[in-house]
Design a protein around this ligand. Structure first.
Ligand code: UDX
Length: 430
């Protein structure tokens, strides 16, 4: 059991704090938002994560988890300090480390000798060195204070499972003894632990996300080709996935990837490549192809509406960047709805989890149910793969819409059944 501080109680920090407390460590999680801290100490979880409320309650009740305001309050007793602060995408694509720098300067004087600062947030290759430099500048001795990279591989919606049933734990540190100490925090997580140098650990994170994004953009391109040659991309993905070198995961075509990670991390890796003058045209293709896929969905909608969306009542299902999350950050759905509105569509959108004020698009009306969003529309557009869309009653749906026309950008609906019932159905790749 160790004393751990987690700086930043967002998607990554909250899951990291709750899971480390669950593993038996004494955890103090700090955030700058006093209201958020107060709600967290009452067990109120502001994000949509399976299992997280239960773990936070367990931690609070056991006394192994508490939340405080301000990083320096959390540090004095901590042997390990996890940095889980935002690293947003800068204008040039580089990750913005200003939050990291501010926190490191704030905590430097409070760090106890022998403690270890651990970069959990996704940070560019070289960030461990950056944190070491800042600590030195603030007078902390890097002989006494360890620094390690320990990137997160958490998917929103399943972050608790992804932490406790990790496929691997990666620790990047120059000091083997420090690497062992960090690895021991994960006792109880049955996963291979990859101990390597900091740059390799940081690159593992970016290369992993960039590869997953590549799989998605690749399958979106295959889907578009399937449409041109009359193949069914779902059948193609099935036939591909049996090859263990390919696997079945991340072969689902759609409107393009989104979220707070893939777009940011692919841009950051592209920036790293350019700065290192080691260009990466394949990755640029993935990035460009993803934006083109969003625009391709807009073109599909325009074509289905007869060539123009001006004045067309359009029902939209889904605003979050994927199902089982409430997050709309960098959501393809939000981008596509914005483009449809620009072309004059009259849109009513329903999402089971996106907060009512989450999407600020002039002219967008929110509906309280899928059928309400479909009522009287000339075109229905599915943008997120929520299960409730999959199981909607087709008779009720046919009664609700004005015209039986649907663009299913997630291939979640029964194309054959709908077409048999007279729907004009368009998916992606089938
Ligand atoms: C991702 C990585 O999966 C995770 O390992 C990393 O730590 C953070 O970034 P996340 O962004 O939460 O996690 O969601 P993910 O489930 O990976 O989906 C990302 C995007 O890809 C979503 O927009 C999703 O709809 C899309 N996607 C995913 C596809 O279009 N097709 C797929 O087959 C899978």
């Amino acid at each position: 059991m160790s004393d751990v501080a987690v700086i930043g109680a967002g998607y990554v920090g909250l899951t990291t704090a709750a899971c480390l407390a669950h593993l038996g460590h004494r955890v103090v999680a700090a955030d700058i938002d006093a209201d958020r801290v107060e709600r967290l100490n009452r067990g109120e979880i502001p994000i949509h994560e399976d299992g997280l409320p239960e773990l936070v309650t367990e931690g609070l009740e056991s006394g192994r988890l508490r939340f405080v305001v301000g990083a320096s309050v959390a540090i004095p007793d901590a042997e390990f300090v996890f940095l889980c602060v935002p690293t947003p995408q800068g204008d040039d694509g580089a990750a913005d480390l200003s939050f990291v720098e501010r926190v490191v300067r704030e905590i430097a004087e409070h760090l106890r000798p022998g403690s270890v600062v651990i970069n959990k947030s996704t940070m560019p290759v070289g960030s461990t060195r950056t944190v070491q430099r800042i600590l030195s500048e603030e007078g902390a001795s890097i002989d006494e204070i360890g620094v390690a990279s320990n990137p997160e591989f958490l998917r929103e919606g399943t972050s608790v499972r992804d932490f406790l049933q990790a496929s691997r734990v990666v620790v990047g540190c120059d000091n083997p003894a420090t690497a062992v100490r960090v690895s021991e925090l994960y006792a109880g997580v049955r996963a291979p632990i990859v101990v390597t140098d900091p740059a390799s650990a940081e690159m593992i994170k970016y290369a992993s996300n960039a590869f997953l994004a590549t799989k998605i953009s690749f399958m979106n391109a295959v889907a578009n080709l399937c449409e041109a040659v009359g193949a069914d991309v779902n059948e193609v993905a099935l036939g591909m996935g049996y090859d263990p070198r390919i696997g079945f995961e991340f072969l689902q075509p759609g409107p393009g990837y989104g979220g707070s990670c893939f777009p940011k991390d692919t841009a950051a890796l592209m920036h790293t490549a350019r700065r290192a003058e080691a260009d990466f045209p394949l990755l640029q293709g993935v990035i460009d192809g993803n934006r083109e896929q969003h625009d391709r969905m807009v073109a599909k909608a325009r074509r289905l509406a007869g060539g123009s969306l001006a004045g067309v009542d359009v029902g939209v299902w889904g605003l979050t960047f994927k199902a089982n999350t409430d997050d709309v950050r960098d959501s393809p759905a939000v981008y596509i709805v914005g483009r449809l509105l620009e072309e004059g569509a009259i849109i009513r959108a329903y999402d089971p989890a996106a907060r009512p004020d989450a999407v600020d698009l002039p002219g967008l009306t929110r509906a309280d149910s899928a059928l309400e969003a479909a009522k009287g529309v000339g075109l229905l557009v599915v943008l997120t793969e929520w299960d409730e869309f999959r199981w909607i009653d087709h008779t009720d749906l046919a009664d609700a819409v004005l015209v039986k026309r649907i663009l299913d950008t997630r291939n979640v609906l029964d194309a054959v059944g709908l077409r048999r019932r007279g729907w004009e159905y368009e998916g992606v790749g089938r």
